[in-house]
Write a new protein. Structure first.
Length: 446
C-alpha cells in the first residue's frame, strides 16, 4: 500500500524567494505607478459619468460657462469618439501599469527559484489591485458625483482625443462597418427614461412635451388620485319628484348625475340628461327613475389607464369609486382621466369654478377640495413634495388636516417649505378655502 502524498509545503517555496534592496530608483517607479493607477481610475470613472448623464444634467452643462463645460458638450455630441477615447486611453494606461508592476516586482523580489509562485503573484495580485482601484471603485464613486466628474475630466479627455485621434478613427470606423453589416439594433426606451428626458425647465417644455410627460405618469395613477370626493358630488335622491329633479339638474348643468336611495352609499343608477330631453313636457308624476342606467363601480386602487380601456369597451363616461369597506368614495369621469394627459379641460360651467385663483405672483386663493395632483400641476412641483407630511391625503384640505391634526380655525397659518397656508373659510366640519403664499427660494416677495 502506497503512502499518502505529503501536503504542499508553501514555506518551501517561500524560502526559495529572495528579496532585493529597495532603491531610490524603485521608489520613483512606484510613484509613477501610483500616478498611472490614479489616471486609470479617472478614465474608468469617466465612462460611467459621461454615459449616465440625465437630460437635466446635460441641460446644466449647457447653462455652465467655461472651457470644461464646452469640452464636455463637445465630447457628448460625438459619443462614439468619446467612448473610443476612453477605451484606448484606459488600455494604454493599464498596459503601462502591468509592465511597470512586473518590473518593480522583479526588482524587489527574485522569483528565479520559484517561477510558478512569481507568475501567480503577478497575475493575481496585480490584476486584483488594478480591477479594484482602477475600475470598480472609481466607477461606483463616479455614479454618485457624475456631473462633477464630467466637468473635471472634460478637458483631459479632449486632449487625449486629439492625441489618439488616428487610433480612435480606425476603431470607430471599424465599429460602424460591423454595425452596418449586422443591422441597426433597436433601443427600447422605458417610460421612466422618457419622463426624465422631458423633465426640463418649464420655459423649455413645449405643449407636446407636456402631454408626453402626462402620458409617462398616466399608468401610475389610481382612481382615488383623480376622483371627485363624495362631498363634492352632485347626486339626486331617487324619490325626488320629476319637476323638482328637472329644475335641480338644469341649475347644476351636468350631463350625467348619480342617483341614490336615502344616502350616497346606495347608488341605484346614473341619469343621462340626454335621456330626459324627450320628456321635458311630462307632468310631475312622470317616472323619471325608469330612465336610469346601471352604475359602474370601480375600486379606489383601479389604475386609470385600465379604467380608460374599460370606459372605451363599456361605452360609459362615469364610474362610482368604492373604498375597501364597500362605501362610495366619489366618482371619476372620462374627462377626469383625459385631463391627466392634456391638462385642464374647461367648459362654460367651469368658468366660475376654478380651484385656484391667482392674486399675484406669490399669492393664491384655493378651494380646499382641490385634488393634490391638480395642486402639484398648478405650482409645477413634484408629486413627492409633501410626501413626508401628506399621509393618505388626496386633497389640499386633507393635506392641511394631516399636518395640523385637527380642523384649523379661520386665520390659522400652517407653513411647509416654500408654502404658507392660511385658512380663509372653514366650519366645524370641513375646510373650505385656503389662502396660499408660495415663495420660491431666492425670490423676493413682490
Amino acid at each position: 500500500m502506497e503512502a499518502d502524498d505529503p501536503p504542499l509545503d508553501l514555506s518551501a517555496y517561500i524560502h526559495q524567494i529572495t528579496f532585493q534592496s529597495f532603491t531610490w530608483q524603485i521608489l520613483i517607479w512606484v510613484f509613477i505607478l501610483v500616478i498611472l493607477l490614479v489616471i486609470s481610475a479617472l478614465i474608468s470613472g469617466s465612462e460611467v459619468a459621461f454615459f449616465s448623464l440625465s437630460p437635466g444634467n446635460i441641460n446644466s452643462l449647457k447653462k455652465g460657462k467655461g472651457r470644461n463645460y464646452r469640452s464636455a458638450l463637445k465630447l457628448l455630441n460625438k459619443s462614439n469618439d468619446l467612448l473610443g477615447t476612453i477605451l484606448v486611453s484606459n488600455n494604454f494606461v493599464n498596459l503601462g501599469i502591468i509592465i511597470l508592476s512586473a518590473f518593480i516586482t522583479n526588482s524587489l523580489v527574485n522569483f528565479k527559484n520559484a517561477p510558478t509562485l512569481g507568475f501567480l503573484f503577478q497575475i493575481v495580485i496585480i490584476t486584483f489591485l488594478l480591477l479594484l482601484f482602477g475600475e470598480i471603485l472609481p466607477k461606483i464613486y463616479a455614479t454618485q458625483i457624475k456631473l462633477q466628474w464630467v466637468r473635471f475630466m472634460a478637458v483631459p479627455l479632449e486632449v487625449l482625443n486629439f492625441l489618439f485621434r488616428p487610433v480612435i478613427y480606425l476603431l470607430v470606423s471599424s465599429t460602424q462597418i460591423v454595425n452596418r453589416r449586422m443591422g441597426k439594433v433597436k433601443q427600447n426606451i422605458s417610460m421612466d427614461d422618457l419622463s426624465e428626458a422631458l423633465d426640463l425647465p418649464a420655459t423649455e417644455v413645449l405643449e407636446d412635451e407636456r402631454i408626453l410627460k402626462g402620458i409617462t405618469k398616466f399608468g401610475n395613477l389610481d382612481a382615488r388620485d383623480i376622483m371627485k370626493p363624495r362631498m363634492d358630488v352632485y347626486a339626486i335622491e331617487i324619490k325626488t319628484p320629476y319637476r323638482e329633479a328637472l329644475k335641480e339638474i338644469i341649475n347644476q348643468g351636468y350631463s350625467r348625475v348619480p342617483v341614490y336611495e336615502e344616502f350616497f352609499d346606495h347608488i341605484k343608477g346614473v341619469l343621462y340628461i340626454k335621456d330626459l330631453l324627450p320628456h321635458l313636457h311630462k307632468p310631475n308624476t312622470f317616472k323619471w327613475q325608469s330612465l336610469l342606467r346601471p352604475p359602474y363601480f370601480v375600486p379606489e386602487s383601479k389604475k386609470i389607464n385600465d379604467l380608460l380601456a374599460e370606459f372605451q369597451t363599456q361605452k360609459i363616461h362615469m364610474a362610482i369609486v368604492i373604498d375597501e369597506y364597500g362605501g362610495n368614495s366619489g366618482i371619476v369621469t372620462l374627462e377626469d382621466i383625459l385631463e391627466e394627459i392634456v391638462g385642464e379641460i374647461e367648459d362654460e360651467h367651469d368658468e366660475d369654478q376654478k380651484m385656484i385663483k391667482k392674486i399675484d405672483n406669490h399669492h393664491f386663493l384655493a378651494e380646499a377640495k382641490i385634488l393634490l395632483t391638480d395642486f402639484y400641476k398648478n405650482f409645477g412641483i413634484d408629486e413627492d413634495y409633501f410626501e413626508e407630511v401628506s399621509g393618505e391625503a388626496d386633497t389640499l384640505a386633507g393635506l392641511i388636516l394631516e399636518m395640523k391634526g385637527q380642523i384649523p380655525k379661520i386665520g390659522e397659518v400652517i407653513r411647509f417649505r416654500h408654502f404658507t397656508f392660511r385658512i380663509a373659510a372653514a366650519d366645524n366640519r370641513r375646510i373650505k378655502k385656503i389662502h396660499i403664499t408660495y415663495q420660491k427660494s431666492g425670490e423676493d416677495e413682490a
